[in-house]
Write a protein that binds this ligand. Structure first.
Ligand code: NAP
Length: 252
């Protein structure tokens, strides 16, 4: 299959929350000599420097920046830098996310706000800015990381589930707005994936979760990165407004 953007000199990919877990796997998967990869993080500067080093040593380009996705000003400065350096944005992956779990009746307002501001408002802030150069280019791929629980619901995660269901609605609305400019907008909904986010679960809780996964294992960050790479590829150019579930069958 011909890759419409392969003849461009360099493509620019932006990944939010690229330093750890799923975002790190996505960042590594995009790292190629013909791609400029930009990623942000909130605190893990050392992990960012290490990731940059790995990618540069492999012949790629990567730049990690400390940018709080909850801050409109920091997000704006992040994209201004990217556009000054690269002049375009081809792919945006809204991946940065947090969980602050608790039962609804005990949930603190701050835990609700922080999760919604990071997971949903952060995606809004980044997409709003990245859409502008994409509209001008008449090309773009936006991929939002949702979650299986955004479709299934989950007790103890009302804030997180609301943010991830919101991401699905956001994906569909923006897909319809931007389709005429050849910009596709899709979501990937991971199941139970081995990252820092899930590392605090007890062995018992992990066993219970795995028993509900027909494929019988916890997912790897690379399982999610593979779906993202596909959605960013030319082979996915007729797919928009969709949610790809990558969960070992735990939700069908
Ligand atoms: P993770 O290991 O906890 O990594 C989260 C990443 O997001 C880190 O790079 C972190 O940066 C960044 N981040 C968090 N808050 C930020 C902020 N305010 N500003 C900028 N960056 C911020 O998480 P993960 O498990 O890889 O999850 C990645 C995405 O997949 C999330 O959206 C999550 O909801 C979703 N997801 C995960 C699972 C799972 O089972 N793991 C399942 C479904 C969906 P720092 O390193 O600086 O903290």
């Amino acid at each position: 299959m011909t890759d419409r953007i392969s003849d461009r000199i360099i493509r620019t990919v932006v990944i939010t929350g690229g330093t750890r877990g799923i975002g790190r796997a996505i960042t590594l998967a995009f790292a190629r000599p013909d791609t400029r990869v930009y990623f942000n993080y909130s605190s893990s500067a050392q992990a960012a420097a290490e990731l940059e080093r790995i990618i540069v040593e492999a012949g790629g380009f990567a730049k990690g920046m400390k940018v709080d996705i909850m801050s409109a000003k920091e997000v704006e400065d992040f994209f201004t830098t990217i556009l000054e350096e690269s002049g375009r944005i081809d792919v945006l992956i809204n991946n940065a996310g947090i969980a602050r779990d608790g039962l609804l009746v005990r949930m603190k307002e701050k835990d609700w706000d922080d999760v919604l501001d990071t997971n949903l408002k952060g995606a809004f802030l980044c997409t709003k800015i990245a859409a502008k150069p994409m509209i001008k280019q008449r090309y773009g791929r936006i991929i939002n990381i949702s979650s299986v629980v955004g479709a299934s619901g989950n007790p103890g995660q009302a804030n997180y589930v609301a943010s991830k269901a919101g991401i699905i609605g956001f994906t569909k609305a923006v897909a319809k707005e931007l389709a005429s400019r050849d910009i596709t907008v899709n979501a990937v909904a991971p199941g139970f994936i081995e990252t820092d986010m899930t590392s605090s679960l007890s062995e018992k809780a992990k066993e219970n979760l795995i028993s509900g996964v027909p494929l019988g294992r916890i997912g790897k960050p690379e399982d999610i990165a593979a779906a993202v790479i596909f959605l960013a590829s030319e082979g996915a150019s007729y797919i928009t407004g969709q949610v790809i579930h990558v969960n070992g069958g735990m939700y069908m």
